[in-house]
Ligand binder design. Structure first.
Ligand SMILES: Cc1cc2nc3c(=O)[nH]c(=O)nc-3n(C[C@H](O)[C@H](O)[C@H](O)COP(=O)(O)O)c2cc1C
Length: 206
């Protein structure tokens, strides 16, 4: 599939064919692409929890405003972000040249240590970029997806045993769509969302 088609056709799908499976092998292939997503300093703040257990899915659905796609999708992923991912830098850079380690490791420590808001922003940024890649890579395979922030983060964290250094960034349903979604909703025009030089500059016309 052409990449532009993938981008243009992807939609958030709420209605799934229940009972259709995505195998572990298929999910793994998808995730092998997802982990190629970019992250600051390559810290890879993401962890994806695949909720397979039917009871768990039901409980997550209850914590997610009863959204049906949580239960009927083939694979429900709780996309998590690690707040202290910068502490993994020595492990991530262990194969890098000594010169790079000497330069980058203190830089990472200095940049993130003690900065809670930044750590949280980064966890959300990285996990969100990976989520976007996931949606496009899934669409490319003929699968539908639904990103969700409509859930109680405390309840979901407990259900999947998150430690305090992890946050649930979003839920992602992956599966086979049952019906076509309604036509796309309004998108703001480009000249309104792309500005030249400053926020109050002219909009991109082209
Ligand atoms: C971070 C995020 C959270 C979302 N949460 C929900 C949600 O909880 N429930 C829902 O039905 N849709 C949710 N959506 C889907 C949006 O409503 C949808 O992306 C938007 O309306 C545009 O439609 P499209 O994705 O089909 O282009 C979410 C989307 C994003 C990116």
């Amino acid at each position: 599939m052409e990449f532009s088609e993938t981008v243009q056709q992807r939609r958030s799908i709420k209605s799934y064919q229940p009972g259709r499976e995505i195998s572990d092998a298929e999910l793994k292939e998808l995730m092998q692409e997802v982990v190629l997503s970019p992250s600051s300093f390559n810290l890879q703040h993401w962890t994806f929890i695949a909720a397979k257990d039917a009871t768990l899915k039901e409980k997550i659905k209850d914590a997610a405003w009863g959204q049906e796609q949580v239960e009927t999708c083939s694979a429900l992923l709780v996309i998590c972000g690690k707040l202290n991912a910068h502490e993994d830098a020595p492990e991530i850079y262990q194969g890098a040249a000594q010169g790079i380690q000497d330069k980058v490791l203190p830089m990472i420590k200095n940049f993130y240590d003690g900065k809670d808001q930044l750590q949280r922003d980064e966890a959300i940024r990285s996990a969100s970029l990976a989520a976007m890649v996931l949606m496009l890579a899934a669409h490319n395979r003929g699968w539908a997806t639904a990103p969700m922030i409509g859930f109680d983060p405390e309840v979901v964290s407990k259900l999947v045993n998150l430690k305090p250094n992890y946050i649930p960034v979003m839920l992602m349903a992956v599966g086979f769509k049952k019906e076509e979604p309604r036509p796309r909703d309004y998108r703001r025009p480009i000249e309104e969302v792309v500005k030249i030089n400053t926020l109050d500059g002219p909009g991109l016309m082209g």
